[in-house]
Design a protein around this ligand. Structure first.
Ligand SMILES: [Zn+2]
Length: 417
């Protein structure tokens, strides 16, 4: 059986970089010629389009957030002048803003890599429970499913009762949608008198648009026997990353360049550090360079046992507004939650202050069991904290149980700017 979707997924890093750099430089040259907006952006920044030759050169360009794209599109509807007016556009999608996107043709591989990696293919009957109305989700997931050979039931946002009926009558084997909707479908099936695991054939689920919480994942996999996969993308740039059978990071799609940047400067952070996911999709229709997703993640470059050679992103650690920077490195609430989970839901709080010009990171924890605070415990805690957050703790403070109120923030920034 074929292990990879195509040979691109096994390219060496050098090969991938050379090919992507070539596509990027072609895209910038074409964009400069076709898109008045891209020409204006490059001219304003005194950039010769020919000087954008590699992904590193992208750093000289500004990052465009969704908010900024909406403003640009409102000034110049519908596409802010970022489109190629001489290419036929297949479909136009919209997402809240509103923001409009002219979309790639049916020939692109949008989402197909993700479904392939999730083991979906010919013989599968997939329920696509994403909306087909105006937004990109329904139709783009639909085409991705068809690309891997699955049969699609375009159930969209029909009620959970109808979805249960379809899963039963059509012997659906795979679900595509949000995790929360699958949960409500499972509850509805219970109310309707079915045993989800025994009565149905649904054994795979691909999720997007919402975080898949660890306990939710365990419940789908252990209680209902559903193998779960996460996919990540945005209407503006299409599919960005997807999980493979290892479920340890999301592989970056071959058609996209992902940078992890410091949102304050737009410059790339060092490999492994947390930063904003910035995406450039290599294409010849919509010249949106450096789309800032507002999501935080970090890059994993270790080889993945699945055989795909692309780098991965380590899931989503939160939104840029929620993270706090300590000595130049971001800490996100979700990282602290991971630490809590490793220490039996330990109540804790990170506190950032400044002495002179130095940031000081203090972590306060409740002494909910006797070993907390012993030298061995503290060493282990600091080690795990550093592994997850990449930042070193300067001070520890031990509080009695109940001192950190549940409504308090996980990270408190006391610095005055
Ligand atoms: Zn993998």
């Amino acid at each position: 059986m074929k292990r990879l979707f195509d040979k691109k997924e096994s390219w060496t890093n050098e090969e991938r970089k050379t090919r992507q750099d070539e596509s990027l430089s072609g895209m910038v040259k074409l964009g400069y010629e076709k898109s008045a907006r891209l020409k204006a952006i490059l001219d304003q920044n005194k950039i010769n389009p020919k000087s954008i030759k590699t992904r590193e050169d992208l750093e000289s360009l500004p990052v465009t957030s969704r908010e900024k794209l909406v403003d640009m599109e409102m000034q110049e509807p519908p596409y802010a002048g970022l489109e190629n007016p001489t290419i036929p556009i297949d479909r136009i999608f919209t997402s809240p803003g509103p923001v409009y996107e002219p979309h790639l043709s049916e020939n692109d591989n949008l989402w197909a890599r993700a479904f392939f990696a999730a083991g979906i293919g010919a013989g599968d009957i997939a329920l696509n429970a994403f909306s087909y109305h105006l937004v990109a989700a329904g139709l783009t997931f639909h085409s991705g499913l068809r690309k891997v050979g699955a049969t699609v039931v375009p159930s969209g946002t029909s009620s959970s009762q109808i979805q249960v009926q379809l899963i039963k009558d059509l012997k659906v084997t795979a679900y595509v949608g949000t995790p929360s909707f699958l949960s409500s479908i499972i509850s509805k099936a219970g109310e309707m008198g079915f045993d989800f695991k025994k009565d149905f054939r649904l054994k795979k689920a691909c999720f997007a648009a919402e975080p898949l919480l660890p306990d939710m994942r365990r419940s789908f996999e252990n209680e209902y026997g559903i193998d779960t996969y996460q996919m990540y993308g945005a209407t503006e740039v299409g599919d960005v990353a997807y999980e493979c059978s290892q479920k340890n990071g999301w592989h970056i799609c071959e058609e996209t360049i992902v940078e992890i940047v410091d949102p304050a400067t737009g410059k790339n952070v060092a490999p492994g550090e947390l930063g904003e996911i910035v995406v450039t999709r290599l294409n010849e229709i919509f010249f949106l360079l450096r789309f800032g997703t507002g999501d935080l993640s970090r890059i994993i470059t270790d080889a993945c046992p699945c055989g795909r050679t692309s780098s991965r992103i380590a899931g989503i650690s939160g939104r840029i507004g929620d993270a706090v920077k300590v000595r130049g490195l971001f800490i996100a609430p979700s990282q602290l939650k991971m630490i809590q989970a490793k220490f039996n839901n330990l109540p804790l709080q990170a506190n950032v202050s400044r002495i002179g010009h130095e940031d000081v990171l203090k972590v306060r924890v409740e002494k909910i069991s006797p070993e907390i605070g012993s030298p061995a415990w503290e060493d282990n805690f600091k080690k795990i904290f550093r592994e997850i957050c990449t930042v070193k703790i300067d001070q520890m403070e031990y509080l009695s149980a109940g001192m950190i109120k549940p409504e308090e923030k996980l990270i408190v920034d006391q610095r005055q700017w």
